[in-house]
Design a protein around this ligand. Structure first.
Ligand code: LLP
Length: 382
């Protein structure tokens, strides 16, 4: 994946750092937007996946709106030039301050997750002399068959409004004076690789939309959220997710009336494969029956392996030696600071440059300063 010239440049730079292949980002966006246009769907990029300013400006240039989950994300999206009329804001715990920021920004829609939240938005909008446009985030009770920490659409999850609340929520909405009902929102999880989940979601959405419309609630916007997965095992063979299959499954199964707009909130599938965490081997330590390759990057830089048992492809870019097995670990004082166990790598030594792939989504944006480590800087192919 990395040419010898790039590796020579990597050798000159202090590690760890994130590296973004902007050409791949553009190719991914080209493919995504081509499919989106086929069906006249709308996309709002999920800033939570990667909020790097250069990445945001490229994504925005493809006509994406923004999907935000905090007041600061709303601010960042608007300051970065995303169109407020294409900005949506979800989250189970929006604070009063955050609600005000979004109202001042005149965003397209709050994706609301509970009746008390709707009532507070109504009150705050009234006090500001504004009308808030809201969609209801529905919990469709669908298991996304992904890691339990990134499954969001089962009835036991904290997200969304479940079907037994529909009458109450419609009643609450009808008694709010400062709310405009824009539509329904769904997001059932992340890193979903089973396309059947999207088919099930579309079919369930049809039923739920019909239930709202029977009650005189016109559903003008249907937002299916994000969640499409990427290939962490083979990032070079599959650098771009299969958007064609994804959208055609949705299109085949989702009922759409002429007055309805369909929206998506992709995060990972846009930015994941363009990012790599580059690190140096500090030490190779012999343990009991194994070797540890100790890197200068750790869970503070990329928390996904420690938090979700995620496995990222790891390559030694500077060795062609005989293959051996290593536990690849970071420097943080936690046993969970391990990228992978028993990985076959060419013989690895101090100073080797290691690439931890598919780190463009939920990588640097989730970095932390635990152990007072620095936040890794970001560099670009251009
Ligand atoms: N929309 C909503 C309402 C979301 O909560 C999310 C992600 C997305 C869209 C974007 O989903 P994507 O297309 O990226 O799957 N940190 C975890 C992933 C957390 C996802 C949170 N929500 C990870 O590293 O796997």
């Amino acid at each position: 994946m990395f040419g010898s010239k790039t590796v020579e440049i990597f050798k000159e730079i202090e590690t760890p750092f994130y590296y973004y292949d902007l050409a791949l980002l553009r190719q991914t966006l080209d493919k995504y937007t081509a499919e989106l246009k086929k069906y006249k769907y709308h996309a709002h990029y999920a800033l939570k996946a990667n909020a790097n300013s250069r990445i945001l400006s490229i994504v925005k240039s493809y006509g994406f709106g923004a999907d935000c989950v905090s007041g600061n994300e709303v601010k960042l999206a608007l300051d970065s030039g995303f169109d407020p009329s294409m900005t949506v804001y979800a989250g189970v715990g929006k604070s009063d301050k955050e609600i005000k920021i979004a109202l001042e920004g005149n965003i397209f829609s709050f994706n609301c997750e509970s009746i008390p939240e709707i009532q507070i938005i109504d009150q705050i909008a009234g006090s500001m002399g504004k009308k808030a446009s809201i969609s209801l985030r529905i919990n469709p009770d669908i298991d996304a068959h992904t890691h339990k920490y990134i499954t969001t659409g089962r009835s036991q999850d904290k997200f969304g409004i479940s079907h037994w609340m529909f009458d109450d929520v419609i009643h609450a909405l009808n008694s709010c004076k400062n709310i405009h009902f824009a539509g329904l929102h769904f997001h059932v999880g992340s890193q979903i690789t089973d396309y059947n989940v999207f088919k099930m979601l579309a079919l369930r959405v049809n039923e739920i939309v019909a239930r709202f419309e029977e009650k005189e609630m016109r559903v003008e916007n249907i937002n299916l959220g994000g969640g499409l997965g990427v290939d962490y095992k083979n990032p070079d063979e599959n650098p771009i997710s299969d958007f064609e299959t994804y959208f055609s499954i949705i299109n085949k199964n989702l009922r759409q009336e002429p007055y309805q707009q369909v929206h998506f909130e992709p995060g990972r599938a846009i930015v994941c494969q363009c990012g790599t965490l580059i690190s140096r081997v500090l030490y190779v330590k012999v343990g009991r029956g194994k070797k540890f390759a100790i890197l200068d990057a750790g869970m503070n830089d990329l928390i996904r392996p420690a938090l979700y048992q995620a496995v990222h492809k790891i390559e030694n870019l500077t060795s062609n030696g005989r293959k051996m097995r290593y536990d690849v670990v970071g420097p943080i004082c936690e046993s969970s600071d391990r990228f992978v166990k028993n990985l076959l790598l060419p013989e690895t030594k101090r100073g080797d440059i290691m690439a931890i792939r598919s780190a463009g989504a939920y990588g640097q944006v989730m970095a932390m300063r635990y152990n007072q480590k620095d936040i890794a800087p970001e560099y670009y192919s251009e």
